[in-house]
Design a protein around this ligand. Structure first.
Ligand SMILES: [Zn+2]
Length: 267
């Protein structure tokens, strides 16, 4: 656990940027506490486990506002030994084993905020059902899958990589408004280049994406939020997988078997 706290300055900078993004839901703190690690920063994670993607770090001695808590990985810390993880106002989790706080109950977090499934170095970008498939008979030019996530759901990078495109793509008007099926274009979208020249594309975001071109992202880094900008008739995530750089229609592959081969099932 301790060794994981030590990261490069660049990683911390990236993490701080991620932490700075406000979660869409308004979070009211239930308790406050103080981080006690004995020195190194305490890792903040996207879920209640030391294996969840790291989203930032909180310095030793910092005050934290705790919104709710979830049972997760058991941790032996400097303050106590516990399986509880505290959710902070930005939606990240820290182990309660490193938090000194007064007595009193912290409410259990609602389960609707759970992280998308993760296996190995890949994860689902959102937790949502399939609403339209890849190059179906009805939509032979649909080069991705549509996942029926609600507006403002966080969209997470499906794997580690580098952001290679952040674009507003719409046939007329802007991407900062709801689109329609009379438009063309992906709206606000992001492409991330991963190992082996795999590129993932995330379309129709609700507003300007949360990342910039050239930024290194981890699996699970929030890229932006679900919307319906561009050629879209309602909020959802249009997700594409390409094998080749740049991503083109010719190198698009179906995300479903690609993710299935990595142990991830879109339902
Ligand atoms: Zn689509």
């Amino acid at each position: 656990m301790k060794r994981r706290h030590q990261r490069s300055a660049l990683a911390l900078l990236t993490a701080a940027g991620t932490l700075g993004i406000a979660a869409p839901a308004v979070a009211v703190p239930a308790a406050t506490g103080t981080v006690v690690t004995g020195g190194t920063p305490l890792n903040a994670r996207s879920g209640p486990s030391a294996t969840s993607p790291r989203t930032g770090a909180v310095p030793n001695g910092s005050a934290v506002s705790i919104v709710c808590r979830l049972a997760g990985q058991f941790i032996s810390g400097t303050v106590t030994n516990t399986g509880y993880w505290d959710r902070l106002a930005d939606g990240s989790y820290v182990s309660d084993a490193y938090i000194r706080r007064g007595p009193g109950d912290i409410p259990k977090c609602p389960s609707a905020t759970r992280m998308p499934a993760v296996t190995g170095s890949w994860m689902l970008p959102v937790t949502a059902g399939l609403v339209s498939g890849f190059r179906t008979r009805q939509r032979p030019t649909h080069d991705g899958v549509d996942l029926g996530a609600t507006r403002n759901t966080a969209i997470r990078s499906a794997s580690a990589g580098t952001v290679i495109r952040v674009v507003c793509n719409v046939s007329r008007g802007t991407c900062d408004v709801d689109g329609s099926s009379s438009l063309t274009g992906c709206g606000w979208y992001v492409e991330v280049q991963h190992a082996a020249n795999v590129v993932t594309r995330y379309c129709h975001m609700v507003r300007r994406p949360s990342v910039t071109v050239g930024q290194t992202v981890a699996r699970g880094t929030i890229l932006g939020y679900v919307g319906t900008s561009g050629a879209s008739s309602g909020p959802h995530l249009h997700f594409e997988v390409h094998v080749g750089v740049p991503a083109t229609r010719a190198n698009a592959i179906s995300p479903i078997p690609f993710l299935q081969a990595r142990g991830l099932t879109i339902r």
